[in-house]
Design a protein around this ligand. Structure first.
Ligand SMILES: Cc1cc2nc3c(=O)[nH]c(=O)nc-3n(C[C@H](O)[C@H](O)[C@H](O)COP(=O)(O)OP(=O)(O)OC[C@H]3O[C@@H](n4cnc5c(N)ncnc54)[C@H](O)[C@@H]3O)c2cc1C
Length: 225
């Protein structure tokens, strides 16, 4: 299925022309970001918890300590709402009212399940690691049995989702275009600094290329050096 079915819950009310249900476009956003906010109700209280994630095909994986309340709650198949946001620019209008932000965001609804199959669990952890830092998994030590037991991995089937995307210049009221006020967009980009070595780094260990040249959106690179 190349499009998410637009349900009553995922139909945008404000500026519906900014809605996007095409899976490919939604997945582009999910693959560029790596932090989501997971909303759920526990003991009658709503919680929204930030966490990392990775997408593999039509599933979103999150992971953490098996003792985590968020993960223990979600594995009981409670309703969950997961959001992802990318910020592309600050939109400066001529009036305070019409200021905006260029963004791409996704809202996903559903029920997560615990990943029990050891092979899928390992693959999810690989996907998680490589989604944030492509190439990392192949260099580091894999989780051992006790680390795997201490880790809970959940998958959320991507069935009900919407994206909302704002691009372009400000949209001012017609008379305001005459005002001598600077208007336009301040682009915002993700930048990285120089790698800072761990004080206990084994002497002579080089910074691999995939870290020296880390960027987001991530570049496709040759195998690391
Ligand atoms: C950028 C980012 C990425 C993260 N990635 C992961 C991940 O991949 N896996 C993972 O398990 N955890 C991740 N975390 C941590 C996550 O937000 C929770 O803190 C963690 O899951 C611990 O949950 P818990 O069950 O101990 O806390 P809970 O029992 O869920 O929380 C108890 C209370 O602690 C407070 N709290 C919990 N987390 C936070 C927080 N992040 N900020 C402020 N207050 C908080 C809240 O008041 C909450 O009600 C990430 C956090 C950030 C900010």
């Amino acid at each position: 299925m190349s499009r998410f079915e637009q349900t009553q819950r995922t139909t945008l009310k404000r500026l519906p022309q900014r809605a996007e249900y095409d899976r490919e476009r939604v997945y582009e956003i999910l693959d560029e970001a790596f932090i989501c906010h997971v909303g759920f109700v526990f003991d009658g209280h709503p919680y929204v918890i930030p966490t990392g994630y990775a997408r593999v095909e039509d599933k979103l994986y999150i992971h953490g300590s098996a003792a985590s309340r968020m993960l223990r709650t979600l594995k009981e198949a409670v309703e969950v709402c997961v959001t992802v946001t990318l910020i592309d620019g600050l939109v400066m209008a001529r009036s305070a009212f019409h200021h905006s932000i260029n963004y791409r965001s996704v809202v996903m609804l559903g029920k997560a399940v615990a990943v029990e199959d050891p092979a899928e669990k390992m693959e999810a952890l690989r996907a998680f690691t490589d989604h944030i830092v492509p190439g990392r998994w192949d260099e580091v030590r894999e989780p051992n049995d006790s680390e795997m037991r201490a880790t809970l991995v959940l998958s959320l089937p991507l069935v009900e989702a919407s994206a909302k995307i704002r691009t372009g210049p400000p949209i001012d009221d017609e008379p305001d275009y005459e005002l001598p006020v600077w208007a336009g967009v301040i682009p915002l980009n993700f930048t990285t600094g120089e790698p800072v070595a761990d004080p206990r780094l084994k002497a002579g260990t080089p910074v691999p290329r995939y870290l020296r040249e880390y960027s987001r959106p991530s570049k496709q690179m040759e195998p690391f050096m």
